[in-house]
Design a protein around this ligand. Sequence first.
Ligand SMILES: Cc1ncc(COP(=O)(O)O)c(C=O)c1O
Length: 558
Amino acid sequence: MVSVSASVSSLWGFSFLLLPTSSITASTIFASKERSIVAAGKKKDKETIETAKLVARDKIPNPNSEIVQPNSLPPLVSALKTSAEQNAASFHFPGHNRGRAAPSSLVELIGLKPFLHDLPELPELDNLFSPEGPILEAQKQAAKLFGSSETWFLVGGTTCGIHAAIMATCSPGEYLILPRSSHISAISAMVLSGAIPKYIIPEYDCHWDIAGGVTLSEVEKAIRELQMEGQKIGAVFVTSPTYHGICSNVTDISKLCHSYGIPVIVDEAHGAHLGFHHKLPSSALQQGADLAVQSTHKVLSSLTQSSMLHMSGNIVDRERICRCLQTLQSTSPSYLLLASLDAARAQLSENPETIFNNAIDLAFETKNLIRNIPGISVLGTPGISSFPLIDPLRLTFGFWQLGLSGFEADEMLYRDHGVISELVGTRSISFSISLGTCRDHIQRLASGIKRISAASLSLQKIKEKVEHCGSSPFTDITMSLNPRESFFASKRKVAIGESLGRICGELICPYPPGIPVMVPGEIITKRALDYLLQVRNKGAIISGASDPLLSSIVICDI
Ligand SMILES: Cc1ncc(COP(=O)(O)O)c(C=O)c1O
């Protein structure tokens, strides 16, 4: 049997003949099949037309001449293939017109196939917002594989799924319980929904300078406090695993929340692979979460920006999710992204119990190689105390014993060894192991770290020790305006020295890992300012700030 991954990669493959632009623009795709299409656009009634058996004027190579039978393809991939093969006189968007007017510079880079399959919402391709055909079938197959009652495909990443999940569960004025270390999408979701945050301060490991997960007792405390104040809680939001792979006990958190009738949303951006191997932690849905949003494009193999939102149980109103997704997503979703979700699901479905065998073996092999390198710490041995469960495919190595920051070590790995990491921190670097990781790259990583270790240890005497930051920047938060109020408040820029004690007007977030240090509406503290200046000086990119160099800050002018 032809493997789905092989057929998909050839569908998107970039290895075909490139044509001069002149021949592209003059070409017509040839095909001789019958099909049912909507004449002259999707708004008109369906009618059956016989596609013209045109003289083969087409200079575009038929992209779909592989031996693979359409039936062996995942439903949406198959529909896209069939649609692209039609000999259509196309007057629809996008204006590159199935590659005929594709910009040559991009064609040179990626070939024509992506353009040929970059189709709009033709009837045979179904509609993302009222699916009845291949999208529905693809989403159903994803639901079956991931164990949800319903799955929605997303073209705006997990960011969009988090927005929808929070909007669907929290009405204006209701509370959202969430860790202070949540991804910025959770903060912007509160601007959209009007929800009010009740932050949980996550455990913070100063040694590693990373945040941990959320504990049951912290969730319980937050629920009790809000109930005592008579507040309505829309949802509890948990990030598991974190960017560093740290998993929270979603089972216990879900049981607790359900005893109060509160839905649990899990930001599982980094955990679409969880539950697919006995050495991997269970997925959020397996642990009882109501909504889980996964970046299929991170550890799994779909195209960047494609994600899935999964629902389980009946606490959350599915109609409201549908409305939120329709509000938030483009009316012209990319079928390349959607088909890539279908393809990634199919790739996993082929052998869900064993597909990660090799990746997990490589990850353990890497850890063992690097654990023995002098001066290198390995996260997870031991990790953050309350969170023993770490995704084995996320590797984080600390460099502080060598007197190096994560930024310095990362620069050396990149410059001298061509190794590109996933995430850099003040004291560590994280690496993602996936289905595409190969042994050769593992060896380059290990030998690069070995050389950095040897070089640094020989200089150690003259190097200063890299000091840890001392304490979490997130502990003393005073919210003066909620995220939505502050978003719409008038603003002005002040020099950083004048900002102390003012209401922050922008979301300031060192990236990676995308954890906000200041959220609009919060009083600016000395600790937060010191932390930001420190990470900026160490090389972090300050995202969200209007002045990334942080000489000025936007405040709410009230
Ligand atoms: C923890 C976490 N949640 C959500 C997101 C957003 O995911 P996406 O890039 O798919 O929108 C990210 C992105 O890095 C993330 O790290």
